[in-house]
Design a protein around this ligand. Structure first.
Ligand code: APR
Length: 237
């Protein structure tokens, strides 16, 4: 069986990371357009870098919750019997990896990565960024920026994602409001292929009518239950 899982901020909420659309349109007290657009970075790189430095630093204070761990366990079990679980996340945290998942596709980038606007080199963030930071590849000062897909930018890995969607037998969406495309459209693509679609979320998402089945509640509870039920149904252990 090939399972395609899309996750959003809701899966990391119980680990202590805030979701996007439940705090008056503000994000850690900033308007999104002041910190999460290429224009914001051009206008005030120090503010944008400080914002992402703080968010990157905060990863050390959080841990994967039972939802991350259950998905990793399902991935390992499916892989061991010739199946697959493609894990696509809109999250920029690293909790899926720390929960044990492999080959996580970060379509909106990663807090733990940096890239250079001058030469396109990507690398693991070793320290906080400042407007004086230098690219290790081309030495451009001020070139390094957070490796985050900002509003108005193209999500990463779309070819790989579409290929996995085209092969999947089951589509599962976890902890996402379904407000941001292209991720919000994956469920419709899955339906057009006639595969089963499942939503696991705190509440019905914007796309809830496209799901065949839904389980509403905190991810840390509903995901492990769904994983255990699926593993029993397809006789995995
Ligand atoms: N368990 C499950 N779901 C939860 C939980 C929880 N403990 N807490 C909140 N949720 C649900 C909310 O009900 C909401 O539907 O998670 C969803 C989070 O939605 P958003 O805040 O919109 O986050 P997300 O869908 O990941 O946002 C998509 O928008 O701003 C951009 O790039 C950013 O990747 C992000 C994208």
């Amino acid at each position: 069986m090939r399972v395609f899982v899309l996750t959003g901020a809701g899966i990391s909420a119980e680990s202590g990371l805030k979701t996007f659309r439940d705090n008056d349109g503000l994000w850690e007290n900033h308007r999104v357009e002041d910190v999460a657009t290429p224009e914001a970075f051009a206008r005030n790189p120090a503010l944008v870098q400080r914002f992402y430095n703080l968010r990157r630093g905060a990863l050390a204070d959080v841990a994967p919750n039972p939802a991350h761990v259950a998905l990793a366990r399902l991935q390992q079990a499916l892989t061991a019997c010739g199946g697959a679980l493609t894990l696509v996340t809109q999250n920029v945290d690293n909790l899926h990896e720390r929960g044990g998942a492999a080959d996580v596709i970060h379509m909106h980038g990663e807090l733990a990565r940096v890239f250079c606007v001058a030469c396109g080199f990507h690398w693991d963030a070793q320290c906080d960024l400042t407007p004086q930071s230098q690219c290790p590849a081309c030495q451009t000062k001020g070139g390094p920026r957070p490796d985050i897909v900002w509003f108005g930018e193209m999500p990463y890995h779309m070819d790989k994602i579409e290929a996995a969607l085209a092969r999947a037998d089951l589509f599962v969406s976890i902890g996402t409001s379904g407000a941001v495309y292209p991720a919000a459209g994956f469920v419709q693509a899955a339906r057009e292929r006639g595969i089963q679609t499942i939503e696991l979320n705190m509440e019905p998402s914007h796309g809830s009518l496209y799901f065949d089945t839904a389980h509403y509640g905190p991810a840390g509870t509903v995901v492990p239950i769904w994983v255990a039920d699926l593993m029993t149904a397809i006789k995995l252990d």
